[in-house]
Design a protein around this ligand. Structure first.
Ligand code: MG
Length: 482
């Protein structure tokens, strides 16, 4: 009987809108998968997915830290447009008074308009106040944590206290708190944090929230997300669904289940990535066994580059410069693997793509209403036919400021700055710095003097970009106003 139901669902599925599955790692670097060149970490499932589908070499997030990157993925709009950024505070922290603005139309809402069921299994990080949780933004189901796995420290110092210390000029005391915490990341234990796991279900009349566990048993997170994701797929096999799985890993503190501990030649970080790879494989195999694989577009990518100051607990940006927090390539360019068996034109795509394009592309594939201002391009012809990507430019924002701009193979830096205390110090460049990414992805060789016409061309592109951008004030900084 079960087999018959499954076959019937498979037949119906042939004519329906595709399921959309986004598997979204946290702080996974450009160089962290075998297929992107890592010498030790083994990622056979992701490598196979990319080999049969499309593996993109030049795919960008709209920000190099969590909250603004996630806001842009779910709306197709730049952080400056949605207000999901801060000039002084980079991301949302626990007990935020704000969150994703209600007027933003998320991918879950847009797909819901054409009958999709939507779930988020994992980290939200777009506001933890009740009115801002995912089930208020179009998702029918959420299982996961409201912010990063290292927020909500159990050391008795909450974020407001730390802000108060900073505002009161107690820099030295603040440094001591950060130093003590840095040491705990190196040998993390579950009890160092007090992060909750929530389950939230949208009902006819409102929402039903349950606190599943606090503190989260972080060793179990990747495995449980996988089980929850598979459960959602099984429950919704007969209708189109949108499944968004923002893994909590490999954001530090690094945790993995018993089965993966000590297994990777790539150390603890490798264990964590290999468990994510296992998770991707388990989800894809379940889609296959339910007969849904041919009706499902899967995207695996990461919210930003590696958090390099975490040393051996950090990933690698491979050949790219710097990492998380910066507008160098290592901060914003990430692996991106697309799969849709029988539909995608397989291959390696070296055109430019962005998380900003996912919203528009998914709407096009689902036949949903594309009305509304976004910063995205419809990549479906590139995915389905191998056509050139409609995106030829990419802005690089950090904390509300346009720091760099890519046009074709060239990238112009207006401002460069390291992150988390790493060099280089903030420098405004006049004239700006130019790099040719096609033969210098590491941004080592400055070529503005040889290419004045390229510099002028990118400066005009920046003017056009700015003229088209209506900005909102930075929501994250609201925290600094009592
Ligand atoms: Mg992140």
């Amino acid at each position: 009987m079960i087999l018959l139901c499954s076959a019937a669902a498979g037949l119906q599925a042939a004519d329906r809108s595709p399921n959309i599955v986004i598997l979204f790692a946290d702080d996974l670097g450009y160089g962290d998968l075998s297929s992107y060149g890592h010498p030790l970490i083994r990622t056979p499932n992701l490598d196979a997915l990319g080999a049969a589908g499309q593996r993109w070499t030049d795919f960008y997030m709209a920000a190099s830290v969590c909250s603004p990157s996630r806001g842009a993925l779910l709306t197709g709009r730049l952080p400056n447009r949605t207000g999901l950024y801060g000039r002084r505070i980079g991301v949302f922290f626990p007990d935020a008074q704000t969150g994703m603005p209600q007027e933003e139309r998320t991918l879950a809402e847009a797909l819901g308009e054409v009958g999709y069921r939507s779930a988020i299994i994992g980290k939200w990080h777009l506001g933890d106040a009740p009115e801002y949780l995912p089930t208020r933004h179009g998702f029918h189901y959420w299982y996961g944590i409201p912010y990063s796995n290292d927020m909500d420290w159990a050391d008795g110092r909450n974020f407001d206290e730390l802000i108060a210390m900073r505002l009161a000029g107690q820099g030295e005391e603040l440094e001591k708190v950060y130093e003590a915490r840095q040491a705990l990341y190196a040998d993390p234990r579950i009890e160092y944090w007090n992060v909750p796991i929530w389950r939230s279900v949208r009902t006819e009349t409102g929402y039903n929230n349950t606190l599943v566990e606090r503190p989260a048993r972080q060793t179990e997170l990747t495995r449980r997300y996988t089980e929850e994701a598979i459960g959602f797929i099984e429950r919704n096999r007969t209708r189109p669904f949108f499944l968004y799985v923002p893994y909590s890993m490999p954001h530090t503190p690094l945790f993995r289940s018993e089965a993966f501990a000590g297994r990777s030649p790539g150390g603890r970080y490798g264990d964590v990535i290999e468990e994510i790879d296992w998770s991707v494989g388990a989800i894809v195999r379940r889609l296959q066994s339910l007969g849904l694989a041919d009706d499902t577009l899967v995207l695996f990518t990461s919210d930003n580059g590696p958090w390099l100051t975490m040393n051996e607990h950090s990933g690698s940006a491979g050949p790219l410069r710097h990492g998380k927090g910066t507008t160098f390539e290592g901060g914003m360019r990430v692996p991106a693997v697309f799969s849709w068996p029988g539909r995608l034109k397989p291959g390696v795509v070296s055109d430019i793509g962005s998380a900003l394009d996912v919203f528009v592309t998914a709407l096009a594939l689902a036949g949903a209403d594309p009305t509304g201002v976004t910063d995205g391009f419809d990549l479906s012809a590139t995915l389905l036919e191998g056509a050139p990507s409609p995106r030829t430019e990419m802005p690089y924002y950090r904390q509300g400021e346009l720091r760099a701009y890519r046009q074709g193979e060239y990238k112009l830096h207006l401002i460069t700055e390291g992150a988390y205390g790493q060099p280089p110090e903030r420098t405004e460049h006049e004239p700006p710095l130019l790099y040719r990414l096609s033969d210098d992805p590491g941004e080592n060789v400055e070529v503005s003097a040889q290419n004045p016409e390229v510099v002028a061309g990118i400066l005009s592109a920046i003017e056009r970009h700015r003229a088209n951008l209506t900005e909102r004030p930075p929501l994250f900084d609201a925290r600094l106003t009592p």
